[in-house]
Design a protein. Structure first.
Length: 225
């Protein structure tokens, strides 16, 4: 079983390095991916949410054995689309302080007015990409605006294990749009929701909290199998 890790907006596969190291030390296969249009793939043109989903679908479909998907922030949109496209391949997914969309949702429609204003302001310089976030990491690059605006199309085919991990640090939760996502999922029996003692940058304090959340997902997948 391979754990495929999708980063959030402006980030690349490098963000998951400490998670990959910890999982690998525990005998878990982990594959972090950089999405088209970002970081070392920044020059790839025409990037939309659908293009991100298709890119990861192609990678996951080529892997041997079942796959568990982990998506941080924007990555939650991508893993939802991949699971829907490959319901027999994907056996578990985890959205980490991010999106858990229903059919027809987009990042734009799923956030509050404050974050929509940030999308617009942060894209004002180039018109095509939301500015990078050096306060998180100097390696971040602009994030394609189209991927934040495009609505996802989901058939409902995925029926596997679903977990959501909310970054519940009080200072972040007071301004984050994601507690509303977690509250919605807490009432849905298809989802398991846990709170992380972290801000949105969940790896700032090290990989342990996120690895624990991933291991909890893997344990349920193993039990369900």
């Amino acid at each position: 079983m391979t754990v495929v890790l999708i980063p959030g907006a402006c980030h690349g596969a490098w963000w998951y390095a400490p998670v990959v190291e910890t999982l690998s030390a525990r005998g878990r296969a982990a594959l972090p991916l950089t999405l088209p249009g970002l970081c070392e793939r920044a020059e790839e043109p025409g990037v939309t949410l659908a293009a991100h989903v298709a890119d990861v679908v192609a990678t996951v479909a080529a892997l041997d054995g079942p796959v568990v998907l982990v998506g941080h922030s924007y990555g939650g949109m991508v893993v939802a689309g991949v699971a829907d496209a490959l319901p027999e391949k994907v056996v578990g997914l985890l959205s980490v302080d991010g999106f858990a969309p229903e059919d027809g949702d987009s990042c734009w429609t799923s956030v509050d007015d404050a974050m929509r204003a940030w999308y617009v302001e942060a894209a004002g310089r180039s018109g095509t990409g939301v500015d990078p976030m050096p306060q998180f990491d100097p390696r971040t690059t602009p994030h394609p605006v189209a991927s934040l605006l495009q609505r996802i199309r989901l058939t409902g085919a995925y029926c596997g294990v679903r977990h959501y991990a909310l970054a519940a640090d009080p200072a972040w939760a007071a301004v984050s749009p994601f507690p509303a996502v977690a509250d919605r999922l807490r009432t849905d029996p298809a989802w398991t929701v846990t709170d992380l003692p972290a801000t949105h940058n969940v790896l700032r304090g090290g990989p342990d909290a996120l690895v624990t959340a991933i291991e909890a997902l893997l344990a349920e997948v193993d039990q369900a199998g």
